[in-house]
Design a protein around this ligand. Structure first.
Ligand SMILES: O=C(O)CCC(=O)C(=O)O
Length: 510
């Protein structure tokens, strides 16, 4: 590892557009926000930076020699070849240059790469080639060591990129925080202090009544141990078993469909900031054995969206991803609650209650758009520390194989896989949450908020009618109970405000 020094990394905050995972905030659009954060990072001869960041072992230096901008200021006399090679475009930000290059096809990128060293570095930026692969190779691909060579191997099979004169050049004196940070985030170890806090309530063997009373009703997360011990999936599922079971069946990986064997080929080789995540809602239809090797834990059996039969929104997913993959901050769709069971590996969870927006996350007032850091690791680097001084601490834990976390509706959550992980998650609506879900589906902008179904606007009517038909009077009964609960709550808060809770005496304020 060559030494690097870095000062004042700009934290990149960008739109999350989870178009490919309808489970998530599907229709978020771009709110670019640039924030200057005093994110000091210094790396001298050793591998620990002064902020305690640690680069993964066996990490090669940046493929094209990109260095953080701070190094330029510490090397008086050197000239940033980023600027000289961009000509009149040098005053544009790196992000804008890359956005413009994102409009080009592979051939134009290849031609531009020969224009200057600077354009060589920009046009070889891996996310540009990743986009080309994901836009053009929708039927899957064999990852070939880098996104560029994956694209070239698939589209120009007779061209051997490894013998090209323009392959794997390192450019001297190219300084860019933006490009460097992509590399850094792809190669950073999770800091021990990011994993330390474990304040989730853990329960083993509780009754359904206890679960409803203490967690579902008050809408609080809980980690449930031992409730999937009977799953065949827990015993059977590993790479070899799944590859054999699923054969040539393809699963949704972002916008593309891949065989498991192709996906594992990719995840074994890749080192990137946001690894592709296998997240498939139709896994049980595609491979019925996957569906029959697990069963819904006893706590989540009531699932009222079931009244819609095949018309229910997507509700169950198999999730597979390498270390570093995961889900950035989101709230689950359609105001549903969820459970997530880890079958292999482990996941770090950070959850904030509905009334606390996580630091670095900026939802639009109607909830249809969310701006957040580019990657999960970047959130940890730039925002996790802020939670230390927050009064309302997030709930955090590491969920290991055999454990299930309950994610109550409306809670923001972020998940990062600490090792290769396989999980099943389901979103559901029980009686405790039915009115919330109906309210959500009825919102005026339902067409932009509702997800997991094609018929977003009519989902409210369909669902309500189906509930009325299957459970006549249930909605009225729940509405009445809710009214009573509110009145009760109002009464309580009045008495709370005039009495001293501890002394039982009246409280006066002057
Ligand atoms: O990446 C994961 O396992 C978490 C998925 C998720 O956010 C969820 O189940 O709601």
């Amino acid at each position: 590892m060559p030494p690097f020094r870095m000062r004042n990394l700009l934290s990149r905050v960008k739109r999350r557009s989870n178009k490919n995972r309808s489970k998530f905030l599907k229709n978020q659009t771009c709110i670019p926000i640039t924030k200057q954060l005093p994110s000091l990072l210094q790396h001298e001869e050793d591998e620990d930076c002064d902020e305690g960041f640690r680069i993964k072992s066996s990490t090669p230096s940046h493929t094209h020699g990109v260095q953080p901008l701070g190094n330029l200021y510490l090397n008086p006399g050197s000239i940033n070849s980023r600027d000289t090679g961009l000509g009149n475009l040098h005053s544009l930000t790196d992000e804008l240059v890359l956005d413009m290059l994102g409009f080009l096809d592979a051939t134009s990128l290849g031609v531009l790469a020969t224009v200057s060293k600077s354009l060589y570095v920009f046009t070889n930026h891996e996310p540009l080639w990743r986009n080309l692969v994901l836009e053009n190779l929708l039927d899957g691909f064999r990852y070939n060591g880098s996104w560029k060579s994956t694209y070239v191997a698939a589209c120009y099979p007779s061209f051997d990129i490894s013998i090209s004169a323009l392959h794997g050049f390192k450019v001297r004196d190219f300084y860019s925080d933006y490009l460097f940070q992509s590399w850094l985030c792809a190669n950073l170890e999770m800091k021990p202090e990011w994993l330390e806090r474990d304040n989730v309530v853990r329960k083993r063997g509780i009754s359904v009544e206890e679960f409803v009373l203490n967690f579902e009703e008050p809408n609080k997360p809980v980690l449930l141990e031992g409730c999937i011990d009977n799953w065949d999936a827990l015993r059977n599922w590993d790479r070899d078993y799944l590859v054999q079971l699923c054969g040539d069946v393809k699963f949704a990986v972002g916008p593309v469909e891949m065989k498991l064997e192709e996906y594992f080929g990719y995840s074994d080789q890749v080192r990137e900031e946001r690894p592709l995540y296998l997240f498939d809602p139709k896994f049980a239809e595609k491979v019925p054995n996957l569906g029959s090797e697990y069963e819904v834990p006893v706590y989540f059996q009531e699932d009222l969206f079931g009244v819609l039969g095949n018309e229910r929104p997507d509700y169950r997913w198999i999730i597979i991803g390498p270390a570093g993959s995961g889900s950035s901050f989101h709230v689950d769709p359609n105001s549903t609650s969820a459970w997530n069971a880890v079958i292999k590996g482990s996941k770090k969870w950070v959850l904030f209650p509905p009334d606390v927006i996580p630091p670095g996350v900026h939802p639009s007032p109607d909830g249809a758009e969310v701006a957040s850091p580019v990657s999960i690791i970047e959130w940890f680097m730039n925002f996790y520390g802020a939670t230390k001084s927050w009064k309302k601490k997030p709930i955090e834990c590491i969920c290991k194989a055999g454990e299930v976390i309950f994610v109550p509706n409306g809670w923001w959550h972020l998940v990062i896989n600490l090792e290769e992980s396989i999980a099943i998650t389901q979103n559901y609506v029980s009686r405790r949450n039915l009115l919330n879900v109906l309210d959500f589906l009825k919102r005026p902008n339902a067409s932009t908020l509702v997800s997991g179904t094609r018929d977003r606007v009519n989902l409210y009517d369909k669902f309500k009618n189906a509930i009325d038909a299957s459970f006549p009077g249930a909605i009225d009964e729940l509405t009445q109970k809710e009214e009573e609960r509110k009145i009760q709550h109002r009464k309580l808060s009045f008495w709370d405000s005039v009495t001293d809770a501890n002394m039982g005496a009246f409280k006066f304020s002057f």
